[in-house]
Design a protein around this ligand. Structure first.
Ligand code: HPA
Length: 245
């Protein structure tokens, strides 16, 4: 079985149930990853963990070096990437606390490096991205969810926005018309860079707030944090079930 990488998002800068074996700084042609890679054991399985926003949660979504992160994971032998992210809920089904594994992506981000194949004398490539996420890994999530009695919605359209601010109510109405079910700031270009390197990549999203205009009033950071704390514990539990013991 190939080495599994786990990218932790907001609320998951640490995997409490990870038995840490070593840390490795990886230098990449694309600059610094978000931090050293943490090699550890989850159950019996060796995994590599990386906190997307840095271990101190200091790197905003538009400044994450997605190229370096994906390149570094690939470089150390990772071939499957479990990408954990906190998101806002747009669809009725995507209430706070729901875990979802989307099956589609709409990209509203800009001014990020969306490909490894740019600059110098690199030939342009156009990857197929009809189905942005790795079906094999999505099936593993589904199996793990059933096995651990955790409920995970296995479809949905992830809308990737630029951030770091949350959206306006009008932006969310537009995204909803476009077909977006959940909204986050880190799903792109992470997914397409992973595809460029041939990695099997799929997200696990925790809905931490109703998206802008989907509830009365403004979005409170306190309520996001409360949902995140409880929900990420369920994600940790699910991760143990995904990674075969
Ligand atoms: N919008 C974008 N990203 C997010 C949100 C949101 O409402 N909640 C958590 N990440």
């Amino acid at each position: 079985m190939s080495l599994i990488g786990i990218i932790g998002g907001s609320g998951l800068t640490k995997l409490k149930n990870l038995e840490i074996l070593r840390r490795q700084i990886v230098r990449t042609p694309y600059g610094e990853p978000s931090g050293p890679l943490t090699f550890g054991r989850l159950g019996q399985t060796e995994v590599v963990f990386l906190a997307r926003h840095g271990y101190g949660h200091t790197i905003p979504p538009h400044q994450v070096n997605y190229q370096a992160n994906i390149w570094a994971l690939h470089h150390v032998g990772v071939r499957q990437v479990i990408a954990v992210a906190a998101v806002g809920g747009i669809a009725e089904t995507m209430q706070s606390g729901v875990l979802a594994c989307p099956d589609q992506l709409i990209d509203y981000t800009h001014s990020r490096h969306h490909t490894f194949f740019e600059g110098g004398d690199k030939q342009v490539i156009h990857i197929d991205f009809t189905y942005p996420y790795c079906d094999r890994l999505r099936q593993d999530y589904d199996r793990a969810a059933h096995g651990s009695k955790e409920s995970v919605l296995m479809s949905g359209v992830y809308a990737a926005t630029q951030g770091p601010r949350l959206e306006t109510a009008a932006e969310i109405r537009r995204i909803e018309r476009d077909g977006g079910d959940i909204v986050g700031m880190t799903g792109s270009p992470e997914a397409q860079l992973a595809r460029e390197l041939g990695l099997c990549y799929a997200p696990i999203c925790l809905v931490v707030n109703p998206a802008a205009g989907k509830s009365e009033g403004v979005i409170s950071l306190e309520s996001i944090e409360a949902v995140m704390a409880e929900g990420m514990n369920r994600v940790r539990h699910l991760l143990e079930a995904i990674v075969p013991l």
